[in-house]
Design a binder for this molecule. Structure first.
Ligand code: C2E
Ligand code: MG
Ligand code: MG
Length: 715
């Protein structure tokens, strides 16, 4: 473009010069006799030649300088020093042939132009443009008129521009991000990366309208942002949109755009980065943070959010909703006896059945462990009852895993917004309380929250606070229940049973406070106190001269798994001086939930020399296999089986089986809860010689036990 302008400039200049010469010569002709006029015209000609800002030469036909104007000084020369020198001496060899050819063309009578490089006076290269014009005198070619223009700067600017253009082009073409130029809502430039991202080739993309590849939902936003961009309402901005690739898959991309002028008109230039993978990862992380990995159900955090949403919506629309809290009955036993893998499968299946029991709008979540919740939006008591019954029915159907049939039943607690709580925490807490109530009512049922449950919970909390004080203020005592040899009727031992002497309520039975102590962890210091006290009192009887008995102390599972139980037992024995064979520890079958750890603790206890019995035997889940491996001495048949003996055939069978099994395993067997004489005859018939129960005595305070039993045993 600039080349053409230059040439047009030259042409105009040449025309001007020729016109001037013609005018001058016509003047000369017309006024040939007028000397004054001739002189004037010579001056015109001279000025045009001399004052021209471009260097002008006249060459003879051999290419030697004849005359030059002042402007040759641009190149460092004086006109005089060039006279008679051939132009060839100034041209760079690379251009010599071309320049000579052009010169000869002028000599032949045709004006011509060319560019070339010369050396100036300082031996510096200069880019010039040459115009050769033949000089005719009397129709004969007399020489060549040459005008040269310095185009060094122009050439340099041109090459800089080309370099910059090549640099940017290469950058954009090889860019790792997509680059586009858009005009009138259509793509007018795309780089290869953008083609790669979109799956289209360049030809497909060019001319494509945004509506043809932008995800329909994002299109209004894209159009609005493009309008703002064109109206310069924003600077360079970052946007996030989705687009449809040629293969119809959806990508998410980040786009920067700014306004430019492209080919004379407004356009937007920008970059595009494919962030689909990043978005997917973000989505996955968010999903993981709000969902349970095993069942893929929302977790407790999402439940809380959904609850808050439901509260907001219900307040706004003046309606209610229900929250069901669900716990699987005896799930722990499944986990313990069948392994965690089966436990996991059960949870997955339960989640599936829950999904089947509710509608799309309801939100099921796994709150943790075997606790699930169901949020029923816009539902009251009636729908909550319907869904709860449906869940009970669906979940009660047996599950089959590896040819085992497993029965899982849930206990469900329900709270209703706004009646049972105004915030998510209260609603969860109250549904949970209702669920515990359902459990206490025999499981596999549902219960709504009511204020009584709250009072009960408050009562238990008060109890816990007071229980802490009880331990500090010595309000705990041990009662003793004699254990009798059925053949000899002799007392050979006693079970130490804890009682709380409450300053206002009097004697509180363990059923009321042991579960709270277990839940709060207080059972650990209380249990330690029981071991020490039982050892101390037993030793005291021995020191008083009564013939020795074995004292049995109950150990709860939580206490059994505390890290220093063995140490506690050992120091209680050492400190009181009781020989270990006079101490028996009653553990429950639930310790088989971690059989390996139980075995090692039991072995350590056995090494101390104490006896171990399994309390309430028959009510737990210990398999014969576990029983065989546990280093124990005795089984205590649970009183629920003894209660109906010998009149109930089933109880008789169970009791008989336990006795036979104990004998086979070479274990002692003891019956508890014996309160009728016929039970004694039955037990003796079956070969069980040890028992305790109301028939012999209730648990007694220490002094009464001493007078009623120990004193009769004076050694
Ligand atoms: P357990 O170890 O099975 O104790 C036997 C329970 O049966 C005692 O109840 C006892 O009074 C009761 N009992 C004994 N003979 C008869 C009878 O002929 N008929 C009836 N109906 N009941 C009889 P208690 O003392 O109320 O203790 C209840 C439970 O509390 C105990 O059951 C034991 O599991 C727990 N417990 C008691 N003291 C302690 C303790 O110091 N530590 C721990 N961890 N638990 C304890
Ligand atoms: Mg016991
Ligand atoms: Mg018992």
């Amino acid at each position: 473009m600039e080349e053409i302008t230059l040439w047009v400039g030259f042409a105009i200049e040449i025309v001007l010069i020729i016109a001037t010469i013609l005018i001058i010569s016509s003047h000369l002709r017309r006024n040939s006799r007028n000397n004054t006029n001739i002189q004037l015209n010579e001056q015109y000609y001279k000025s045009l030649f001399e004052e021209n800002p471009d260097a002008i030469f006249i060459f003879d036909l051999n290419g030697k300088f004849v005359v030059a104007n002042k402007a040759v000084s641009i190149y460092g020369f004086r006109a005089e020093e060039l006279i008679d020198k051939p132009f060839t001496g100034f041209i760079l060899p690379k251009d010599l042939e071309k320049v000579t050819a052009h010169f000869l063309q002028a000599v032949e009578g045709t004006a011509s132009n060319c560019d070339c490089t010369i050396l100036d006076k300082n031996r510096q290269q200069r880019e010039i443009s040459i115009t050769n014009i033949p000089i005719f005198v009397n129709k004969e070619i007399y020489g060549v008129y040459t005008i040269i223009k310095d185009i060094t700067e122009h050439k340099k600017a041109q090459s800089d521009l080309m370099e910059a253009e090549a640099k940017y082009r290469s950058l954009i073409e090889n860019s790792l991000v997509g680059v586009y130029i858009m005009q009138d809502g259509k793509l007018v430039y795309v780089n290869p990366r953008l083609c790669e991202m979109s799956g289209y080739n360049r030809e497909d993309l060019l001319g494509l309208n945004v509506s043809e590849f932008i995800y329909p939902e994002d299109l209004p936003l894209v159009n609005e942002n493009m309008r703002k961009r064109f109206n310069d309402e924003t600077g360079t901005m970052k946007y996030e949109y989705r687009a449809i690739r040629k293969d119809q898959s959806v990508i998410t991309f980040e786009l920067y755009g700014s306004k430019i002028v492209y080919e004379g008109r407004d356009a937007i230039i920008g970059t595009v980065i494919d962030i689909t993978e990043r978005k997917n990862t973000e989505k996955m992380i968010k999903h993981m943070a709000y969902h349970d990995q095993l069942t893929d159900l929302p977790n407790r955090y999402l439940l809380r959010e959904k609850l808050n949403e439901a509260i907001r919506a219900s307040k706004q629309n003046n309606c209610h909703f229900a929250l069901l809290f669900l716990d699987l009955d005896r799930f722990k036993a499944i986990n313990d006896t069948m392994g965690h893998e089966v436990g996991d499968q059960v949870l997955i299946e339960i989640a599936e059945r829950l999904r089947d029991s509710v509608e799309e709008k309801d939100i099921i979540s796994r709150y943790g462990g075997d606790d699930f919740s169901v949020l029923l939006p816009e539902s009251g008591e009636q729908r909550a009852s319907q869904v709860a019954s449906q869940i009970l029915t669906k979940l009660s159907l047996p599950l089959t895993f590896e040819h085992h049939e497993i029965l899982v039943t849930p206990s469900i607690g329900i709270s209703l917004f706004p009646y049972h709580g105004q915030n998510s925490e209260r609603l969860i807490k109250n549904a949970d309380l209702a669920m515990y109530h359902a459990k206490s009512l025999g499981r596999n049922n549902f219960q709504f929250f009511d204020e009584e449950l709250n009072k009960k919970a408050q009562h238990e909390l008060d109890l816990e606070i007071n229980l802490r004080k009880a331990l500090e203020q010595n309000q705990l005592v041990l009662f003793y229940q004699p254990q009798v040899n059925l053949e000899t009727n002799q007392v050979y031992g006693a079970e130490a049973l804890m009682r709380w002497i409450h300053p206002e309520k009097g004697i509180v039975p363990p059923a009321e406070f042991i579960p709270i102590a277990e839940e709060s962890g207080l059972i650990i210091p209380m249990g330690e106190w029981a071991i020490r006290t039982a050892c101390q009192e037993n030793k005291k009887w021995q020191l008083a001269g009564f013939s020795p008995i074995t004292v049995s102390v109950n150990i709860s599972a939580k206490q059994f798994f505390q890290s220093n139980l063995v140490e506690i037992v050992k120091s209680a024995l050492t400190d009181t001086g009781l020989e270990p064979n006079f101490l028996e520890l009653e553990i429950t079958e639930s310790i088989t939930m971690d059989v390996e750890r139980s075995i090692s603790t039991l072995l350590e206890l056995k090494n101390l020399g104490v006896k171990i019995s399994i309390d309430d035997f028959g009510t737990g889940y210990s398999s014969l296999n576990y029983l065989r491996r546990l280093p124990i001495d005795k089984l205590k048949i649970d009183q629920s089986f003894i209660r109906d003996c010998p009149n109930d055939i089933n109880s008789n069978t169970i009791v008989r089986t336990i006795i036979v099994m104990a004998h086979l395993l070479k274990l002692h067997v003891k019956a508890e809860g014996v309160d009728k004489a016929e039970q004694v005859s039955f037990l003796l018939e079956q070969g069980c010689k040890e028992a305790q129960g109301y028939l012999f005595s209730k648990p007694l305070p220490v002094t009464e036990f001493e007078t009623d039993f120990m004193q009769k045993r004076l050694g």
